[in-house]
Design a protein around this ligand. Sequence first.
Ligand code: NAD
Length: 356
Amino acid sequence: MPLLLTPRDVAQIVRAQGIAGALRRLAHAIEADFGRWAQFDKSARLASHSRNGVIELMPISDGVHYGFKYVNGHPGNTRLGLPTVMAFGVLADVATGAPELLSELTLCTALRTAATSALAARSLARPDSRTMALIGNGAQAEFQALAFHHLLAIEEIRAYDLDPTATAKLQRHLHAVRGLRVRACTGIAEAVRGADIVTTATAHKARAAVLHAAMIEPGMHINAIGGDCPGKTELHPDVLRMARVIVEYEPQTRIEGDIQQMPPDFAVTELWQVLQGRAPGREHARQVTVFDSVGFALEDFSALCWLRDSARELGLGSAAALVPELADPKDLFSLLGTAAAKAPAPTAATAALTSA
Ligand SMILES: NC(=O)c1ccc[n+]([C@@H]2O[C@H](COP(=O)([O-])OP(=O)(O)OC[C@H]3O[C@@H](n4cnc5c(N)ncnc54)[C@H](O)[C@@H]3O)[C@@H](O)[C@H]2O)c1
């Protein structure tokens, strides 16, 4: 029977490993999987767009396991008391097709996005980076701040959100983290000025330009995670023109990322090439770099494997009775019980229904 992991189980895994430990293990798993890029059967995710948002399916397989994530993106949801992003996923055995794990991935998406951002920044940000502007202080924000603090030694977060209560929440959650200051800023320009790294994590279903070229200083690294579907961007095209741009999976990012605004021949490099040392990351100290992140299925595959292994180590999760357990695998009908076959002859009413 597949193992079921709820948000409570995933939170328990993070508490047991510590947030820094969990982010490190995840980053390590994601890096290892980017390191065997050619082994994966990859495709751009399947997106179903509607007026308020998008619902996406993200499949991938390494030939041994098959994984997929269901995820939505509805920027207006928080006004309805629902998260912008909600997700769950499955890991299955390729040899039999049997599902092994069914897990919540809302919390896990925030963790894996932050781990991937930090992993990319390790090659793209200046090694002496200590300050990060964080524009958009919603559900993803604490995870981004903590990943950059623990994995890249960021010491100061300059936070800005259109909604001051989101920034106050970020400050409240992080005030006890030793060696990390969170300073609330009154605008984007103030937050970005002098920052080594700029993370944009805004949610607005529009061609937004949260960052303009005039705000960008030589040597900055921009970690843009909120422009992640058609018609939803965060960077002015001039910011992209002045930068070395790294993407996860080019066919998907051309449609969904900030580079959707650029011509099809606009030069980008895939992250796996940088992580495997086949292409340079940052080339010099004054270069502007952009990680145009949209989220790729491989990162969720790595996260599902991390969850499965962690749950086994800690004895967490419960059996999900999703798949029938049959004494005779050809006898599916037995699940209905003997009474089903002996159902009484149809009445006039049920006969009318079945012929309708
Ligand atoms: N790249 C990835 O892998 C990945 C993964 C998860 C989420 N995302 C995206 O990241 C974004 C943030 O997700 P979330 O779950 O934190 O959403 P959220 O709704 O919880 O938070 C978004 C915040 O952005 C703020 N905001 C919107 N426009 C702004 C602006 N112009 N300036 C400053 N603040 C602004 C909102 O007030 C809100 O507090 C979403 O667009 C989501 O789709 C990307």
